[in-house]
Design a protein around this ligand. Structure first.
Ligand SMILES: *Cc1c(COP(=O)(O)O)cnc(C)c1O
Length: 357
């Protein structure tokens, strides 16, 4: 027998993990600097580590209370009802829940190009059809209502990313509001704020209160350093928040992840250190990399280096792992995740040597 026709589905190819690369190069993983997946260079909060350890004793139970506690803490933080928090296995899992809740077969979605690959993947899993709007390199990947609306044709879902991965560009609150305003009432605008903690721009949260066609995506994978636990959430309008119970996979987030998420939320010091260091590293990379870079609101910087595949391969041999952006349709660009005050200069030194070769 065979699966259904999956020819439209593009396999997800994750960046290689630090252990795989170390094995290939015959190096100790500790000798490598991994700045390719926008992970937290400080690791998880110490409180989250403790929470995972103590949760281990209870993993024979379903995470009913843990789920409720995390959703309630997030609702409190955002000043919304608990039902308005849609927990999922990573932000990616939450995109799937939006797809399950909104897409009838054949309905169309609008995604940014370049952009985050999972929007299109998730939409296709839910029998959606994918169209693109283009962020133009010549215009520094500017995100305006016009860029989105020029490609809009009664799509069921529009995905916006601010700060945008991989370019770092941002979309203002007013411009997001314009997109929501100018599109049909039955068009859901998803604002992906996976990197919002790293910018000063205000979140789209008030739009979720004022309108019923805007939802926000947040994740614990980036600033909170919990990528390996897979926990994210949607912040959705009250009027359709109850759809969650009809679309979520029961106990979407596992017990250690719920407990770690709660602990991480409480650790302001870890978050502040992470954000402050990322902001410093962004400037450091802009100032010292021997290549043009773009302004970034995230914990990463996009740089134009000519042949990204060569630069990524040669830097990796020297122990520096960064992201070759060919898969984003930018074969001349690399994306460098902000590291620590030690690892960032080390990475830039190596990259400059490789770029200047
Ligand atoms: C990392 C990321 C996410 C969420 O990732 P998860 O690990 O699944 O939570 C969502 N959107 C963008 C643009 C990202 O870079």
């Amino acid at each position: 027998m065979e699966p259904r026709d999956l020819s439209e589905h593009v396999p997800y190819r994750a960046g290689r993990g630090i252990d795989e690369v170390a094995r290939d190069l015959g190096l100790d993983p500790d000798e490598l600097v991994k700045l390719s997946s926008n992970e937290n260079p400080f690791g998880p909060s110490p409180r989250a580590i403790e929470a995972v350890q103590s949760a281990a004793e209870s993993v024979h139970t379903y995470p009913k209370a843990a789920h409720t506690d995390l959703a309630a803490a997030l609702a409190d933080r955002w000043d919304v009802e608990t039902e308005q928090i849609w927990l999922g296995p990573g932000g990616d899992g939450v995109f799937d829940y939006f797809g399950r809740a909104f897409l009838d077969p054949g309905e169309r979605v609008l995604v940014p190009e370049p952009g985050f690959a999972y929007y299109a993947m998730s939409a296709r899993y839910h029998d959606g059809v994918v169209d693109n709007y283009t962020l133009s390199k010549a215009e520094d990947f500017a995100q305006t209502p016009e860029t989105v609306l020029a490609a809009y044709d009664d799509h069921r879902i529009i995905y916006l990313t601010t700060p945008h991965n991989p370019t770092g560009s941002e979309m203002s609150y007013e411009d997001i509001e314009t997109v929501a305003q100018e599109t049909d009432e039955e068009t859901l605008v998803i604002v992906d704020e996976a990197y919002a903690e790293f910018t000063d721009a205000p979140p789209a949260r008030d739009l979720v209160e004022e309108r019923d066609d805007v939802a926000i995506l947040r994740t614990f994978s980036k600033v909170y350093g919990l990528a390996g636990l897979r926990v994210g959430y949607g912040l959705v309008p009250e009027s359709w928040a109850d759809a969650y119970d009809r679309v979520n996979t029961p106990f979407a987030v596992n017990l250690p992840a719920c407990r770690a998420g709660l602990a991480a939320l409480e650790d302001d010091e870890h978050v502040e250190k992470t954000v402050e260091t990322a902001r410093w590293a962004r400037e450091y990379i802009h100032d010292t990399l021997d290549a043009p870079t773009w302004e970034s609101g995230g914990n990463f910087v996009l740089a134009e280096v000519g042949d990204a595949e060569r630069v990524a391969a040669e830097a990796q041999k020297e122990g520096i792992i960064i992201r070759d952006c060919s898969s984003f349709g930018l074969p001349e660009c690399i994306r460098i995740t902000c590291g620590t005050r030690e690892s960032t200069p080390e990475a830039v030194d190596t990259l400059n040597e490789v770029i200047d070769r």
